[in-house]
Design a protein around this ligand. Sequence first.
Ligand SMILES: Cc1cc2nc3c(=O)[nH]c(=O)nc-3n(C[C@H](O)[C@H](O)[C@H](O)COP(=O)(O)OP(=O)(O)OC[C@H]3O[C@@H](n4cnc5c(N)ncnc54)[C@H](O)[C@@H]3O)c2cc1C
Length: 516
Amino acid sequence: MTRSWWGWGDLEEALTAEETEALVARTAAFLPAHDFTDHAPPSPDDLPVPPSRLRPPAALARLCSTDPADRLSHARGKAFRDVVRNLEGRVEAVPDVVARPESEQDVLDLLHWCSTGGTPVIPYGGGSSVVGGIEPRFPAPAVSLDLGRLDQVVEIDRTSRAARIQAGVYGPALENQLRPHGLTLRHYPQSFTHSTLGGWLATRAGGHFATLATHIDDLVESLRVVTPAGVSESRRLPGSGAGPSPDRMFLGSEGTLGVITEAWMRLQERPQWQVKASISFARYSDAVRATRAIAQSGLYPANCRLLDAAEAFLNTGVQADGLLLLAFESADHPVDAWLDRALELTADHGGTVTARRGESGSAWRSAFLRMPYQRDALARRSMVVETFETACTWDAFESLHEAVTTAANAAIAEICGAGVVTCRFTHVYPDGPAPYYGIYATGRWGSTVAQWDELKTAVSEAILANGGTITHHHSVGRDHRPWYDRQRPDPFAAALSAAKDALDPAGILNPGVLLR
Ligand SMILES: Cc1cc2nc3c(=O)[nH]c(=O)nc-3n(C[C@H](O)[C@H](O)[C@H](O)COP(=O)(O)OP(=O)(O)OC[C@H]3O[C@@H](n4cnc5c(N)ncnc54)[C@H](O)[C@@H]3O)c2cc1C
């Protein structure tokens, strides 16, 4: 496989000519006036990458690369605004060195070198950040610390069903190492193929299962973190009431407090029983009520994804005001009875079963994995195509959804002229959903990043004003800072800042993310 330097994933997985043609035709059906001229990516060799300003010490030189293409590929993540800047050939901040430690001692030595010189270090997993988390958006020379060579499952404890795993392992390589043991981590973010365990832990990633242990947080038994002030390793425990949890401090720390090198992770048996169904609704509000009933029923489906009309039509071709995709799975017992009961609840709210055990579910799954490639194909054609996500309590959902879609539609009309907003629930909790919005709007080539930034500001303001979180699972990075700073309590901000001073006294770890 050949990794795309400018866009999502691998070149071999990109849309075929036929798929692109069909996508453009589908999009043109609702945006007929849009100019779909294709803007192909430049060659990275033609871009003016500035020379490196850092010279690693001789003892670390074997771990360090100053190759321009290597540095360019570590310069930004994979959000729409990253992809478009790549397409436009915009070279902005580029790390001066890409360092690839092969052992924990290498991490310690690299941090020591950077601490001594006051050089910023950006921990780098798969580079799939969508919030500017790995971008050296500051004038000082920077080191991108790529954990990719720390990619082993080191030890498996079959009795407790847990494994000690190095942080730089990518999703597929991790699952390949667990499969011979009949075990799985069962954590599948949409970015699974091109993101790492360390990145998931550092961003508190959300997997695609809708309920229960779907956040990476829930799967952590203990963490090992290298900080400039020393190595922190928590005790392996199934639970503990011994004060605030050390793991909770590092989960979601986004590379600002230390470098996660290893984790003991809770594993599961591979599922043997699976059942699926799709249920359509004539009214979105009924679909929301049915989804809430299931979320509060104690049934805990593996999938409980409610698509609104636009999302259902664009991604499955189904015409319904609400389409609920349900699935149950277990490694231990058949789950038909759980689905039967869930379908009684959907029927109580006017739902009609359109498929069982099936086809719709798999159509959705393959559409789900193709979405980032579709986004890139449309980004090349001057569309503004991006997602944003939040979570709120059920009592706040109706007003938040109304405010967010109104703000999004008004911003689309003003900034872009035409477009649509879609919504799906990625996760549901007994006390609230995590709505995930998509925007497909007509843009002007050369201005789509600025257009998106304006849209993002409008919807972020609506989210914050209506009781949502600025991010449910995409993390904070640099892009969410203005809203995150307003969302978090001041005493907590002060405590986090003091923790940063204690662990990273030279302030070298990922400056600008979460904190100063
Ligand atoms: C197409 C697409 C789909 C996505 N789908 C999902 C999804 O379903 N769920 C979800 O939660 N997110 C999703 N994301 C966002 C992104 O994939 C996650 O934030 C992911 O956890 C990042 O992992 P990574 O290995 O790529 O980390 P990177 O992008 O390399 O880094 C992310 C952050 O973590 C820090 N970091 C990385 N590794 C370490 C480490 N070992 N120690 C300390 N800090 C570290 C970095 O400094 C940075 O701040 C998606 C992104 C894209 C582009």
